[in-house]
Design a binder for this molecule. Structure first.
Ligand SMILES: O=C(O)C1=C[C@@H](OP(=O)(O)O)[C@@H](O)[C@H](O)C1
Ligand SMILES: C=C(OP(=O)(O)O)C(=O)O
Length: 430
């Protein structure tokens, strides 16, 4: 297994970073570009492993995808003229690819089989295959289509009126993609609003979609007009350096091009409540996805309570927020976050067990964790468990440990942030 020794505690972080492209938006740009007939171009695309899996799926379906300088160019015959893939659609470690492709393929004209890595094979899929079957989709898979491998025989679909049982943009987006091909108008009702990149991108590609008060309405059969997508930086990647800048003494970090879609900025709200010293400057843009520069300086931090509607707005940031809480004074409580148990790893167990090896005081609960701070952290051997966000949390933890930290399995970080270690070194002045 790959491993590395991180031995740079307590050095102030200083400098400016351009945050790499948003993973959720990069996936969706390829998906809309692959569905629409004609040429779609994408700037700021994230070349992370998960997004590359999405590209490979669309190549097998007959889209030509190439690079033109820094832009990604997608030439597609359109969903109506896809070819039947000659191989399985391999989704790797990517839940977003797996779940959204299910919704897209359900209303296509092809037969396909989806499978991913060992982590994907244990992530629940019935949350998607259930409503898709209600729409008439022909889907088969392991344990009643709960787990991959899953096969989809694309065909005609009926519209659905669906109340979301979990706050999940992946479930919502899969149903929206299927609804695009359904014969009639579908309605999706969310109790807690999840990231809305799919809805925004539908408008980008010339579609009409109704949104407001947690209700999304979409008429099936609309034409897509290929478009240009300008992907903002990923706030979920920026989160690691926002946390590092806030907790490593004497730091001053400028993060440019951070995506500021309000359905994603829960961490900004939490940093404010913790007493972090930062400014946000929104950039002028006529794009539907807000973006801007965040400047973070280190300061004393205090504990927070995190739960309810905030959770979907910061779900992927909870590992690094937990690390931050180990350096804040007081007891931080995270609740309503049981979804963390079905991510790439069980992130409640992984965060508590790994950070406690450094001397943190974290008690896992059914739906979150209780973190007592501040605690002094000391170097130890941590394991990413193949989960990119746990790997990056551990690497950022090494900035505040006494003594070196050995990280086992750092390679998975390329899933969402291939430039992570280069960026970390540049902030340390190397
Ligand atoms: O739609 C998306 O792009 C994502 C939605 C979230 O998952 P859920 O929909 O399972 O909450 C998030 O954790 C994941 O990293 C990306
Ligand atoms: C949960 C994540 O991604 P996915 O569900 O696409 O694997 C993540 O990036 O933290």
């Amino acid at each position: 297994m790959d491993k590395m020794t991180l031995n740079y505690p307590h050095v102030p972080l200083r400098g400016t970073l351009d945050v790499p492209g948003d993973k959720s938006i990069s996936h969706r740009a390829v998906m809309f570009g692959g569905i629409a007939k004609g040429r779609t171009t994408v700037s700021g695309f994230l070349p992370g492993e998960d997004c590359l899996r999405t590209i490979e799926c669309f190549r097998l379906l007959g889209a030509e995808i190439s690079r033109d300088g820094t832009d990604l160019v997608i030439d597609s015959p359109g969903i109506g003229s896809w070819k039947e893939p000659e191989d399985i659609l391999y989704t790797g470690n990517s839940g977003t690819t797996t779940r959204l492709m299910l919704g897209i393929l359900a209303g296509s004209g092809v037969h396909s089989v989806l499978a991913g890595d060992e982590s994907i094979a244990h992530r629940p899929m019935k949350r998607v295959t259930g409503p898709l079957r209600q729409m008439g989709a022909d889907i088969r898979g392991r344990e009643g289509a709960q787990y991959t491998p899953i096969s989809v025989l694309g065909g005609p679909l009926q519209p659905i009126d669906y109340e979301m049982p979990v706050a999940s943009a992946q479930v919502k987006s899969a149903i929206l993609f299927a609804s695009m091909r359904a014969d009639g108008t579908s309605v999706i009702r969310e109790k807690e609003v999840s990231r809305d990149h799919t809805e925004r991108m539908m408008r980008n590609f010339g579609m009409e979609v109704g949104t407001g008060n947690g209700v999304i309405t979409l008429r099936g059969g609309q034409d897509l007009v290929p478009a240009h997508v300008d992907v903002p930086g990923d706030i979920s990647s920026a989160a690691f350096f926002l946390a590092a800048g806030a907790m490593v003494a004497d730091s001053d970090v400028v993060l440019r091009n951070v995506g500021l879609n309000p359905t994603r900025t829960g961490m900004i709200d939490v940093l404010e409540e913790m007493g972090a010293d930062f400014t946000v400057d929104e950039a002028d843009s006529d794009d539907s996805e807000l973006r801007g520069t965040v400047t973070m300086r280190s300061s004393a931090l205090k504990a927070v309570e995190i739960g309810g509607e905030l959770i979907p707005r910061l779900i992927d940031e909870i590992p690094v927020i937990a690390l931050l809480a180990t350096q804040a004074s007081g007891t931080t409580v995270v609740r309503d976050a049981e979804e963390l148990r079905v991510k790439e790893t069980d992130r409640i167990a992984a965060v508590a067990e790994e950070l406690n090896k450094l001397g943190a005081d974290i008690t896992p609960t059914e739906d979150g964790m209780i973190i007592n701070g501040p605690t002094k952290l000391s170097g130890a051997v941590l394991d990413s468990r193949g989960d990119h966000r746990i790997g990056m949390m551990a690497a950022v933890a090494s900035l505040v440990t006494d003594g070196p930290l050995e990280l086992q399995g750092p390679g998975c970080i390329a899933i969402s942030y291939p430039e992570f270690f280069g960026h970390l070194e540049s902030l340390r002045g190397e």
